[in-house]
Design a protein around this ligand. Structure first.
Ligand SMILES: *Cc1c(COP(=O)(O)O)cnc(C)c1O
Length: 400
């Protein structure tokens, strides 16, 4: 079968809830992917940062294979001999006392919202049903009904009502707007340290630190959604570290699964996590032995290969080189580490640029029409990055 045959199948039998770039991937390794016709591409999306360790990292594959021969699923009705080791590693890596494993990112966010609401009643003393959570406009936290109730994006929300109450939306990047919205019923503030889906929006310097101070001052939990920014993507293990603004709860996902498997979690200290008691939350697959084995290997790769340092160093080169390119339609390049985006003029259709990049051997996806995100696997080498930049340059400098 040819690429077009696979695309036809997807369109005929799959719900049309995505509009993918017309390219089919049938093989992948490191920062490269290949289509059925044998053409190789740089992957500059990394499955929205779920492939930070690179495609099919040998060490993570070995962990999968070894665990497949032992045990893959127990449910949480019994203990298994992997989950505790995984959660210990995750806690040590993040610097938190406890973790709660789930599967997808949206579930991690749901878990954080539930933790905050319960903490609000049981620790802060807010009456159940009156808890308020402050979120940021233009956020992306996932696709469930509660989570889209925080969204301001019509694509995510239209005709999905009734929405879940209890959320207040304030402009992103404006810490004082958060403080003004806090009432005695506010239990948490949830933000992305950098808004990924919104187009890699980096907030003003000092924002995260200020949010941390405001939350502390008003006895409100600071929840950071690090699902896309976490696990070394921005040049630090977690993006809050850029401002030393340690959250009370972190939502984690994507790269925690090492590009293999959906694995998510929240981490927090005991004084927050203690609100969960037997039966009050759970997931059949959360913390399963296969996921736990993968999670351990995924974290080990980030540490041993110093992928945070690689992201920091190569990210600087990427932004410097892009800024030098001659492209009249390009307005700016922004980002941290290897989470970057190029912004074109308002009204410019970046989709066509993505098609040209594809033809030239590099896969990237536009967001909001005029923005292209560039986020390769963090295992990319400087040599590979410079090859990729040469591809981008030929395409960008042809844009009229
Ligand atoms: C991808 C993402 C999510 C949702 O993760 P899923 O695994 O798709 O449910 C939540 N928050 C952020 C910041 C994300 O980038």
């Amino acid at each position: 079968m040819k690429s077009q045959d696979y695309i036809t199948l997807d369109e005929k039998y799959g719900a049309h809830n995505y509009h993918p770039l017309p390219v089919v991937i049938s093989w992948a390794e490191g920062c490269k992917v290949r289509d059925p016709e044998g053409k190789t591409y740089f992957d500059f999306l990394s499955a929205y940062s779920a492939v930070n360790q690179g495609h099919r990292h040998p060490r993570i594959l070995k962990a999968v294979r070894d665990q497949l021969d032992l045990c893959t699923l127990t449910s949480r009705a019994f203990h298994n001999d992997r989950m505790g080791l995984f959660l210990k590693k995750l806690c040590e890596f993040t610097g938190y006392e406890m973790a709660l494993p789930m599967n997808t990112g949206a579930e991690a966010v749901e878990t954080a919202l539930k933790a905050a609401r319960r903490w609000g009643v049981e620790v802060k003393g807010v009456k159940n049903g009156e808890q308020e959570i402050i979120c940021a406009e233009e956020n992306f936290h996932g696709r469930t009904i509660a989570v889209i109730s925080m969204s301001t994006d019509p694509d995510s929300t239209v005709n999905y009502g009734p929405y879940v109450p209890g959320f207040k939306k304030v402009p992103y990047g404006d810490a004082e707007a958060i403080e003004k919205s806090i009432t005695p019923k506010t239990v948490a503030v949830i933000i992305e340290p950098i808004q990924g889906e919104a187009g890699v929006c980096v907030p003003p310097a000092g924002y995260l630190k200020r949010v941390r101070e405001i939350c502390t001052k008003h006895n409100v939990l600071f929840i950071a959604d690090e699902i896309q920014t976490g696990f070394s993507r921005t040049g630090k293990r977690f993006a809050w570290e850029h401002e030393n603004a340690r959250p009370d709860i972190m939502c984690l996902g994507k790269a925690l699964g090492g590009g293999i498997f959906p694995i998510s979690a929240i981490v927090a200290d005991h004084d927050v996590m203690k609100v969960f008691t037997p039966g009050t939350h759970g997931s059949t697959f959360g913390g399963n032995p296969l996921a736990s084995a993968i999670g351990i290997a995924a974290i080990d790769v980030l540490i041993d290969e110093k992928l945070d340092e690689n992201a920091e160093r190569l990210g600087k080169i990427f932004r410097e080189e892009i800024a030098k390119m001659h492209c009249p339609k390009m307005k700016l390049v922004r980002g941290k580490g290897l989470l970057n985006a190029v912004l074109f003029e308002q009204g410019f259709e970046a989709w066509n640029v993505c098609l040209q990049l594809r033809d030239a051997g590099l896969l990237a996806k536009q967001t909001h029409g005029n923005i292209i995100r560039f986020a390769p696997p963090l295992v990319i080498t400087e040599k590979e990055l410079r090859e990729a930049l040469a591809i981008i340059k030929t395409v960008f400098e042809k844009i009229a």
